[in-house]
Design a protein around this ligand. Structure first.
Ligand code: AMP
Ligand code: MG
Length: 330
């Protein structure tokens, strides 16, 4: 099978619909990362998405719907705080987990009685979802555990030959996956941090918990337990405070003939003495937006990526740190 990258227009949307209606999968852009979507009512099609990616079959998928889709068709209870959050932040990079009413096929939630739903704000994603008018189950459009794709070319390099088409919506602006929020309890609880921060959720919902996976406990959000987002080269991760140790490691590696690069934000890049730097940018939003692109650039040009964490750790940076630790930590 030859994989084609297509601009989003009437022709490509018609083709995407044919593929989805036939039980296939289509890659499409969102404001976070590219997704690999299949009909959430079609169990075989959803199982096929797991197979294409090599995704473990206990890591549930997020269902994507267009902004006018009535989600009460898919879930039972939507608490008041969730309605307020939806009003404030949707469409946008916030996934909410509710009790499922069982209409979506079992493969989507890997047998859990809950369903994760998201309404992406990307114009191309909205066009695709509206054209299909179906709930679309979609993980990120990369080979499982590899760095998530933020351009159509990234999807192509992972999935060429495994899918028919990639709808090209340019570079994803957000850059890290959506915030996943458990909305099944009395107060919302963050299962995965992202661009919609805890502070933003607290502002609307009044309070917000944060789920931390404890040693030996069954993960509430199964994706938490897996190594993720990893480039194919060697990696190391240092804190901002350890940056001189990171530079020492970089110098030693280069002196020993290892093609090492430093991955860090602009502030650190300006304060260290190193030539080969993958610069993530200045603000939290820039750093999130550039993270996966720079990790993919790094695996193409470097044998070793030495990542230095930004000094700032709050807000958006929480989501960035979560990805950085999973990509470059031990
Ligand atoms: P990905 O599609 O790779 O961005 O991963 C989706 C994330 O959403 C994973 O961390 C899953 O564990 C989480 N997720 C999806 N569905 C559910 C659900 N029903 N309950 C809890 N977490 C979920
Ligand atoms: Mg993923």
């Amino acid at each position: 099978m030859r994989t084609e990258i297509l601009p989003i227009d009437e022709n490509s949307l018609r083709r995407a619909k044919r593929i989805i209606d036939d039980g296939g999968a289509v890659a499409f852009p969102t404001e976070t990362v590219y997704g690999l979507g299949a009909n959430a009512f079609d169990n075989k099609a959803v199982e096929n998405v797991f197979a294409i990616k090599g995704r473990p079959n206990d890591n549930p998928l997020i269902v994507h719907v267009h902004k006018d889709y009535d989600i009460s068709e898919l879930v039972t209870e939507v608490p008041e705080y969730a309605k307020a959050l939806a009003k404030a932040y949707l469409p946008g990079p916030l996934t909410m987990v509710f009790k499922s009413c069982g209409k979506v096929c079992p493969a989507v939630s890997c047998g859990l009685d809950t369903l994760a739903i998201r309404v992406p704000s990307h114009e191309g994603a909205q066009k695709f979802l509206k054209f299909l008018n179906l709930p679309i189950a979609a993980p990120s459009a990369n080979v499982s555990k590899h760095v998530s794709p933020v351009t159509a070319e990234h999807v192509y390099s992972d999935l060429d030959g495994r899918i028919e088409i990639i709808l090209d919506g340019g570079k994803c602006s957000g850059g890290i996956e959506s915030t996943v929020l458990d909305c099944t309890g009395d107060e919302p609880q963050i299962l995965r941090s992202g661009l919609i921060t805890r502070e933003m959720i607290e502002k609307v919902a009044g309070s917000c918990g944060e789920y931390v996976l404890k040693e030996g406990e069954k993960a509430r959000s199964p994706g938490m337990k897996y190594k993720h987002y990893s480039p194919s080269c060697q990696t190391m991760l240092f804190s901002f405070q350890e940056r001189s140790k990171a530079v020492e490691e970089y110098d030693n590696s280069r002196n020993n003939g290892v093609n090492a690069y430093i991955l860090c934000d602009d502030k650190t890049a300006k304060s260290i003495n190193a030539d080969k730097v993958l610069n993530l940018g200045k603000t939290g939003e820039q750093i999130a937006s550039n993270l996966y692109e720079k990790l993919r650039e790094g695996e193409r040009c470097a044998e070793l990526i030495i990542a230095i964490a930004p000094e700032e750790q709050a807000g958006v940076m929480k989501g960035v740190m979560n990805r950085l630790i999973k990509a470059c930590g031990n």
